[in-house]
Design a binder for this molecule. Structure first.
Ligand code: NAD
Length: 509
């Protein structure tokens, strides 16, 4: 099956990972072997960008920008509309490739492509709504307003767990804003990135979009470092670990560039005494085990009121017993593999740390072996009773380990929820209006996302997506996130016959 998909998406055994849109460069960088955590098989080889390839791409992108910024925004929106159509036609193939290369369930693979289609639709509408404000001038015969101009090259560094959606969240907005994009995808999922480039090539060609508007530079950490240090790239939008974000932020900051950071989460759900426990269960279990705990919004911690702690943890344990772990392309399975053996080792080491720090397991973890698990990347979702202050609980482990803890007062639960370095997604399960409103108030959750009666995991594209503290502070996708991709200009026009100065200053010759 996978061979048919690769063929449909024009992926060969050996591929260049460097493109300026419709042209593939004869890449000279390191070869990357793409393989699948589903069955451990090698899929194809991708040659990454050398420094010279990277520089060549940036030169083409710079040139493209001088033309692309002059296209009216709604016309750029029309290109994005056609990209959305191309994605619709290829949803099944791309969704399957994402599922096979990354290891998420088929449903989630399709869901990820759907998210790309949704952001295209959103961006098309937005292309007619890049609104500025007008202000009343203090000077007679003057008009004052602000407008938003394109920035230049948007560099996109993305993580393995959303191999294609994160690119589209950035690129579709950046394009309608008049920017050109250079994408450095995760070296763990290069084929999904190549497939995106293949899917939209015809749209670029058919519409004579300048070569360089949509560039790809496959590579590892070093390629991301080139981008972070590159003054030709005014905006670097980086999604990944907090470790990576700190490195990118300091490099981009040192040159006073702009960094949009979407980093790790340590997301909690508070289960109050007034929660609908059966409904909460779905949100908690999907949040904790979906994508094998490899979402930035995965539920890592449950803060449960002491009066329902026993009942709810029993429900959780029962639910975990019903989970099917296995090939994510088989829709009967709930949990697929981790991305690679390094991730498995991190999972195992976290379990050891939980034990060493005093945690006890309600559901034991472990690595699965046998015919269905030949890749060695399948692990058991586990649940541990812990204290919020354990160092391991303060840390994001990118695996299905769920921490449970008790509270007695809601203020205490909110303090526990906030008392971690990260600030991405949070939720409260309650039917009590006072509890819900306190959680959403300025004295409540300190996260970028705060939900009531839904879990932490997954978000709609219409809202601004991102988080505070070590999550990096960036916002992508909906609402007014587009402003990050543009520069603001304030304009004052004098249509009078005098030249009065601001603040009433007199200056006469
Ligand atoms: P990672 O940090 O290892 O890699 C992410 C990307 O950064 C890759 O493309 C990598 O090559 C690049 N990179 C690594 N070091 C770099 C450096 N010093 N300079 C420039 N680029 C560098 O992350 P990962 O393992 O691919 O993804 C998992 C992490 O991503 C988790 O922490 C998860 O929470 C986070 N994530 C966050 C969001 C969000 O929106 N907040 C979304 C998805 C994933």
């Amino acid at each position: 099956m996978i061979q048919d998909i690769l063929q449909q998406l024009h992926i060969s055994n050996t591929n260049s990972g460097v493109s300026t849109g419709t042209k593939w460069l004869d890449a000279k960088g390191a070869a990357i072997q793409a393989s699948s955590p589903v069955d451990g098989k090698d899929i194809a080889v991708v040659t990454g960008a050398s420094r010279a390839d990277y520089d060549a791409v940036i030169t083409v992108a710079q040139q493209a920008f001088t033309e692309w910024r002059l296209w009216p925004a709604p016309r750029r929106g029309e290109i994005v509309r056609q990209v959305g159509e191309a994605l619709r036609r290829n949803k099944e193939a791309l969704g399957k490739l994402v599922s096979y290369e990354m290891g998420k369930s088929l449903q989630e693979g399709y869901g990820e492509v759907q998210e790309m289609i949704d952001i295209c639709d959103f961006a098309v509408g937005l292309s007619r709504q890049l609104h500025g404000l007008t202000m009343h001038s203090e000077r007679p015969g003057h008009r004052m307003y602000e407008q938003w101009h394109p920035l230049g090259i948007t560099g996109i560094i993305s993580a393995f767990n959303f191999p294609v959606a994160v690119w589209s969240w950035n690129a579709m907005l950046a394009w309608i804003c008049g920017d050109v994009c250079v994408w450095k995808p995760s070296e763990k999922t290069p084929l999904s990135a190549i497939a995106c480039q293949q899917i939209i090539q015809d749209v670029l060609k058919d519409n004579n979009v300048p070569e360089g508007v949509c560039c790809l530079v496959v590579g590892g950490r070093e390629t991301g470092e080139w981008m972070a240090a590159d003054t030709r790239v005014p905006l670097v939008s980086a999604t990944g670990s907090t470790r990576m974000g700190k490195a990118v932020s300091s490099t981009v900051g040192a040159r006073l560039g702009r960094a949009l950071l979407e980093l790790g989460g340590n997301n909690a759900i508070i289960i109050t005494a007034d929660a609908d426990l059966d409904m909460s269960l779905i949100g908690c279990v999907f949040g904790a085990v979906g994508t094998a705990g490899q979402r930035c919004t995965s539920t890592r911690r449950l803060i449960i009121h002491e009066s329902v702690y026993e009942t709810f943890t029993q429900k959780l344990v029962k639910a975990y017993k019903q989970l099917h772990i296995g090939n994510p392309l088989d829709e009967n399975n709930h949990v697929g593999p981790l991305i690679d053996k390094d991730a498995v080792n991190l999972y195992l080491s976290s379990i050891e740390q939980v034990k060493a720090q005093g945690g006890t397991f309600l559901v034991e973890g472990g690595v699965l072996s046998g015919d269905a698990y030949t890749s060695g990347c399948y692990v058991k979702p586990s649940i541990a009773a812990v204290e919020n202050t354990y160092p391991i609980v303060q840390h994001e482990t990118f695996a299905p380990i769920l921490y449970v803890m008790k509270y007695s007062q809601l203020e205490e639960a909110i303090a526990m929820q906030n008392n971690v370095p990260q600030g991405l997604s949070s939720a409260i399960m309650t039917l009590n209006l006072r509890e819900a409103e306190l959680f959403l108030s300025q004295a409540g959750s300190d996260c970028g996302i705060a939900n009531v009666n839904i879990g932490t995991s997954g978000a709609e594209i219409g809202g601004a997506f991102g988080g505070e503290k070590e999550t990096g502070g960036g916002r992508e996708s909906g609402s007014d996130a587009w402003k990050s991709y543009m520069r603001r200009q304030t304009n004052t026009i004098n249509y009078s016959t005098k030249l009065p100065l601001a603040q009433g200053i007199k200056f006469e010759l």
